[in-house]
Design a protein around this ligand. Structure first.
Ligand SMILES: [Zn+2]
Length: 119
């Protein structure tokens, strides 16, 4: 049994699968993969020969949690406002985060997007 770390405070013991149970040729490695088109990164046990991936229940739980968070995401449209762009924030989101006209927030530029942190 090997210990597998799957995130903060989460550790799972797994039986190490050395050879791919599908093609029976490739070695299995734990690696990061990206699920398109959402660009969701996840950890899986993948075959270096055929590319087949397997997830432990722990890895699946981490991936499902990312999708639960994505499902709460809302699509917004940008509008031109002078030389800048304005973004309309849906009423329910504004209410949840206690946003109102004149309030300020920080725009935090991140690698994959922009985060809005109300002040
Ligand atoms: Zn394989």
């Amino acid at each position: 049994m090997k210990k597998l770390t799957l995130g903060p405070g989460r550790e799972w013991k797994v039986a190490v699968i050395k050879t791919c149970p599908l093609c029976k040729k490739g070695k299995m490695r734990i690696q990061k993969e990206i699920l398109e088109p959402d660009g969701v990164e996840y950890e899986a046990i993948s075959c270096v020969h055929c590319g087949e991936s397997f997830l432990t229940m722990g890895q699946l739980d981490v991936l499902a949690d990312k999708y639960r968070k994505l499902r709460r995401a809302k699509e917004v449209t940008f509008s031109k406002w002078g030389n800048s762009l304005a973004m309309r924030i849906p009423k329910a989101v504004a209410k949840e985060y206690k946003l109102s006209s004149g309030k300020t927030a920080l725009l935090v530029q991140e690698k994959k997007g922009i985060r809005i942190v109300p002040m």
